[in-house]
Design a protein around this ligand. Structure first.
Ligand code: C6P
Length: 423
């Protein structure tokens, strides 16, 4: 049995329901029923303060950054760089230059897979990852391994429903000095498993492997301190933490980022250009070619402020609480198979489940009639689905604005669906 992750949960705060007032989108009817938004794993909703930050920028400050000496350009540059500093604080990075703005988790991971892997991997080297990775933290490593003649290995998941999480005992044989890079998810988007990121980074460091944490599902859901985790890279998307789509972050240790060759080249990231060649600026500009996504970066800073006004430990406790309530109530639905950690075990705020006789797309379509927004499919986890003997699951994923009453709507809907299809 794996040791329990180093996670403790304070009591959930019932007043969190009051945050719903901050989210204009939540106050609507869908198919004549109050919207129950349980698709937060795919993308979170945006509070008024984040929407206002976007509007304010476009109404007052819109200009290109770094290149202008006029008032608007200087204001836009200050706000853009201010957002970088805010985000560095949000994950406790030692230096704002360690924050590279990208389009999201996928682009962040690809940046490392292209730039770091191209420079450091050789035939015989090993990239280690896990069997529970999203395609965005799997396919880039397959491509990098193929290009370098390296091998990609996977830490297995334990149990018929992957209820045992990662098989940490396998680390003893898999995590050898041949492993040059270890990429793993913090929270699984399909299982809800919370991996002990600090432990995994410690183990990787002992063999000299560089670590990449996919924090797509944990950012904005739990406190993240990159210095305490002692990771080399951490990737996340703004849209899953109350921020806009189209903006994300690659955190990297400054020493690594400054040595990394840029993946994209062009304006803004060069010091000198001649007809023969060019030289690169240090991080972060070195990795941000072209006009950046200024407005969304600024709004991501506003999302950090909003989330910290609630408290990420409070959000983690609420996620855990709703996860446990959902586990208990969904277990009573006839014919349901729940994947991921068992009741009582740590789990992120999501529950994935399947019915033997009802396809996930039918579940989602029927639930939509009840105002529920769920997600059905393979969740960009095809190899894991295959391993579990499934083609798809339905997923309900929560955030701090969700309530226990909404879980009752889900349970009622599932009973109705089960009765309709199975009788
Ligand atoms: N998961 C989900 O519904 P992007 O698309 O770049 O913002 O995030 C990619 C990604 C990477 N890793 C994990 C663990 C993720 O969950 C995601 C996005 C969404 O689960 C869309 S498939």
């Amino acid at each position: 049995m794996n040791p329990k992750p180093e996670t403790s949960y304070p009591k959930p705060r019932p007043a969190l329901g009051a945050t719903r007032a901050d989210f204009p989108i939540l106050h609507q009817q869908v198919n004549g029923k109050p919207l129950v938004y349980f698709d937060n794993g795919a993308t979170s909703q945006k509070p008024r303060s984040v929407i206002d930050a976007l509007v304010h920028y476009y109404e007052r400050d819109n200009s290109n950054v770094h290149r202008g000496l006029h008032a608007l350009s200087m204001r836009a540059t200050d706000a853009y760089e201010g957002a970088r500093t805010r985000i560095a604080k949000f994950i406790n990075a030692a230096d704002p230059a360690e924050i590279i703005f990208t389009r999201g988790t996928t682009e962040s991971i690809n940046l490392v897979a292209h730039s770091w892997a191209r420079a450091h991997l050789k035939p015989g080297d090993v990239i280690l990852t896990t069997e529970m990775e999203h395609h965005s933290n799997l396919v880039p490593w397959q491509q990098a391994a193929k290009a370098a003649g390296a091998t990609l290995r996977y830490i297995p998941v334990l149990g018929a429903d992957a209820e045992g999480g990662l098989n940490l005992a396998a680390l003893d044989t898999l995590l050898t000095p041949a492993v040059k890079l270890f990429a793993f998810t913090h929270i699984s988007n399909t299982l809800g498993t919370i991996n002990d990121a600090a432990l995994l980074c410690r183990r990787a460091r002992a063999v000299g492997a560089v670590t990449v944490i996919d924090a797509a599902q944990s950012i904005g859901h739990a406190p993240i301190d990159v210095q305490a985790l002692d990771c080399d890279f951490l990737a996340f998307s703004g849209h899953k933490m109350c921020g806009p789509t189209g903006i994300g972050v690659l955190y990297g240790r400054r020493a690594l980022l400054d040595k990394l060759a840029p993946d994209e080249t062009g304006g803004g990231m060069v010091v000198t250009v001649t007809y023969e060649g060019a030289t690169w600026k240090p991080a972060p500009e070195r990795h941000e070619a072209g006009t950046p996504n200024v407005a969304d970066a600024i709004a991501l800073g506003a999302a950090c402020d909003y989330i910290d006004s609630i408290g990420r430990d409070v959000i983690a406790a609420h996620d855990h609480h709703l996860g446990q309530v959902a586990m208990e109530k969904l277990s009573a639905v006839p014919g349901i198979r729940i994947i991921g950690p068992r009741a009582g075990q740590p789990r992120g705020g999501l529950v994935g489940f399947a019915f033997a006789d009802v396809h996930a797309h039918d579940v989602v379509t029927f639930a939509d009639e009840d105002g529920l927004a769920l997600r059905g499919g393979h969740h960009c986890n095809q190899p894991l689905m295959r391993k579990l003997g499934l083609t798809s699951t339905t997923r309900a994923s929560f955030y701090f604005y969700n309530t226990e009453q909404e879980i009752d709507v889900l349970v009622g809907s599932l009973h109705r669906i089960q009765k309709f299809f199975v009788g």
